[in-house]
Write a protein that binds this ligand. Structure first.
Ligand SMILES: [Zn+2]
Length: 139
């Protein structure tokens, strides 16, 4: 699993102007209702996220996607001292309203696999479950 130390080493300090961050125009063939048309994210997120979006669309799992709850957000992990990978925009949150921290995730296996087979780790398997959260599995 990617740690905040690894992210710091690769991308440098988290900041609004980190050189790895780009404004990504989501291609029209990957447009999904509630997903923003432009996402401010790490350039390394674009490939895996494009693949995950394509799989969501192709498998019909896209209908499970109810809310987009963000990508870039400089902050510590909730209740912890280490930085969240959102600080480098290599993590996203979806369906936060029913996949809260510490709650039993509601996302289906099929939905989750669209991400885990595209280069993401899922927070729903962690000891402290974070079902809304997907982050790059390697950087
Ligand atoms: Zn998250």
């Amino acid at each position: 699993m990617v740690t905040s130390q690894q992210a710091l080493k690769k991308y440098g300090p988290a900041s609004d102007s980190n050189p790895s961050l780009v404004l990504w125009d989501v291609p029209t063939n990957l447009e999904i209702g509630m997903i923003p048309k432009r996402i401010y994210c790490n350039k390394d997120l674009i490939g895996p996220l494009s693949l995950a979006f394509k799989k969501l669309i192709d498998t019909g799992s896209v209908k499970e996607l109810k809310t987009w709850d963000g990508c870039f957000n400089i902050r510590k992990k909730r209740g912890l001292t280490s930085m969240s990978l959102h600080s480098w925009a290599i993590a996203i949150d979806v369906n936060a309203f029913e996949n809260g921290l510490g709650q039993t995730p509601k996302l289906s296996n099929k939905f989750v696999e669209c991400f885990t087979s595209s280069g993401f780790d899922w927070g729903g398997t962690w000891t402290r479950k974070d079902g809304m959260h997907f982050q790059l599995s390697k950087i």
